[in-house]
Design a protein around this ligand. Structure first.
Ligand SMILES: [Zn+2]
Length: 540
């Protein structure tokens, strides 16, 4: 997820070192328990658009499926898409506080067309309600009226109501299709620090941050199966698989919506002064929305990609800088990794409570403190680094998935390394890159190992003894492991491996050994010892 938060965004890069670590730890220990009103749940079952049945020859024939993908890449992206992606059709209504005392909430109806691609018969299908469960009494999302193929279905909740298993009457065999429908309501915690504020309402800006606002299929690790652990308290709580989304949002007419994907079709009036907009995603791991009535936006284009930099009134200067950093990040990594497949990319301020940013498909959160503080916009700076970090996640996490809970170092490590080193080298030259690596990676590494000793990088996020250990492992030591691999095998083999890895695992989930194999194949070297030294041993 988030690159570590900086206490004072105005600090110049060379002054940061340990403050980035400390800030995140303080925030992680402050998980509060917001009280959530649970009344007034209604179900809106309108607006669902039919999609091609899984039984038809081409599930992806309809226009909306590829609409968010850049036209020149549609053929290659379609060829890379697995044939049986889950299809989510969601209709959702934003329900701002109707009366004093209510919390902001949303209601929705979800239809999932699911093809069993697990290779085994399924007696249940696990969904995650990531809005629930950061704390034992945090109950932000409820589900009702669950059906399977039109018949009422039983469900079972566990892990602080963050796992919702839908029970099948008959096992769903490999290759068989099920249509699961459910109503849901989500209640936004206000100014909650849980999960770094990725789901909630900010009273400072009246912004609705809507990560995991709907029940989503559990992510499936190729080695370990469904990830059904309690949502991580220290790092990214979300791990999901690629799917297609068509989402209709009903809201008041003034709402600005930054979303995964693009708006598809016209805005229509839905009665009672409300409007409806339909958004479609293309193949993505998640569908995230940030809603705000007074957002403004600066739009820029690079390589056929529209970069939307959203901001609150009065923050245009930061909005402009973010648009520029986003555009140059998209250009640099589109060149060296693979073309960014989608038409849009959204960069959005969110009050993140202890994280600098967060990655979602085609949409990135950036900590509100960058926009409201005395942010130093001379380059290179910390905001620039954070934007690059989150944009690189569009390849490592979004296109190529990894189990972000069990092996967080894979996407965070390569992302933080490429942001500090390659991005700054390309954007500002070799000296700037050396300064970034020293101030963000090698300097803190030496100080922390000297003071506190080393830790093993490859562990599930919540197995780390402290949040500080997790941040050290994923954001500082792991990047240096990837730098060591680059120094060992050279640039051609290193970047060749990144390209092969992306090509082979786009829309899929890779295991750490797949990444190691890509480096070994491109270099012809046995890198197991080097890999173990950095990622599996406390051997600094
Ligand atoms: Zn990250």
């Amino acid at each position: 997820m988030s690159s570590p938060q900086l206490t004072h965004p105005a600090q110049r890069i060379r002054a940061q070192g340990e403050t980035i670590v400390i800030a995140l730890i303080v925030a992680s220990s402050m998980l509060l328990a917001p009280i959530l009103a649970q009344e007034g749940v209604s179900q809106s079952g309108h607006g669902v658009t039919p999609v091609a049945s899984a039984a038809t020859d081409d599930r992806y024939a309809e226009d909306w499926v590829m609409a968010a993908v850049r036209p020149e890449l549609r053929d290659s992206i379609r060829a890379a898409m697995p044939p049986d992606l889950p299809i989510y059709e969601i209709a959702m209504t934003l329900e701002p506080q109707a009366e004093a005392g209510d919390v902001p909430s949303l209601t929705g109806h979800l239809t999932l067309t699911y093809v069993n691609t697990t290779g085994e018969a399924l007696e249940t299908l696990p969904f995650r309600q990531f809005a629930n469960g950061p704390d034992a009494d945090h109950d932000a999302q409820i589900v009702s009226d669950v059906t399977v193929n039109g018949a009422e279905a039983e469900v079972a909740l566990s892990e602080s109501d963050s796992v919702l298993e839908v029970l099948f009457d008959e096992p769903l065999g490999p290759g068989e299709v099920a249509t699961i429908e459910m109503g849901f309501a989500s209640f936004l915690p206000i100014d909650s620090t849980s999960h770094y504020g990725i789901f909630g309402f900010s009273s400072q800006t009246d912004t609705w941050a809507l990560a995991h606002w709907y029940p989503v299929l559990a992510g499936r690790d190729p080695d370990d199966g469904w990830l059904l652990d309690h949502p991580s308290r220290k790092g990214d709580p979300i791990f999901t698989d690629t799917a297609l989304y068509t989402v209709t949002v009903e809201s008041g007419p003034d709402w600005r919506l930054a979303t995964t994907g693009i708006q598809f079709g016209d805005t229509v009036e839905s009665g009672s002064g409300m409007i409806e907009r339909r958004f479609v995603s293309g193949p993505v791991r998640d569908f995230t929305i940030v809603a705000d009535e007074d957002f403004e936006v600066i739009t820029t284009e690079v390589d056929g990609i529209t970069i939307n930099s959203w901001f609150n009134p009065g923050q245009e200067g930061v909005g402009e800088a973010v648009a520029q950093y986003g555009a140059q990040s998209a250009e640099i990594f589109g060149d060296i990794l693979s073309p960014y497949p989608y038409i849009e990319m959204d960069l959005v301020p969110v009050d993140m409570h202890g994280a600098a940013g967060g990655e979602f498909p085609q949409l990135m959160y950036l900590g509100l403190s960058y926009y409201t503080g005395a942010t130093d916009l001379s380059v290179p700076n910390a905001l620039d680094f954070t934007v690059a970090h989150e944009v690189i996640h569009q390849w490592f996490y979004a296109l190529v998935g990894n189990n972000q809970y069990t092996h967080a170092y894979i996407d965070e490590g390569i992302t933080n390394y490429l942001a500090a080193d390659y991005y700054f080298e390309q954007a500002y030259g070799a000296v700037a890159a050396e300064e970034m690596v020293e101030s963000y990676l090698s300097g803190p590494f030496e100080r922390i190992v000297g003071n506190d000793g080393d830790v093993i990088v490859d562990q599930p996020t919540d197995d780390f003894e402290t949040g500080r250990d997790y941040v050290f492992a994923a954001y500082i030591k792991a990047p240096l492991g990837f730098e060591a691999i680059r120094l060992e095998i050279g640039d051609e083999a290193f970047f060749g491996a990144l390209q092969t890895y992306i090509e082979d695992f786009t829309f899929d989930v890779a295991e750490p050994n797949d990444f190691l194999a890509a480096f070994e194949e491109s270099s012809g070297e046995d890198l197991q010892d080097l890999w173990d030294h950095w990622f599996s041993e406390p051997a600094a």
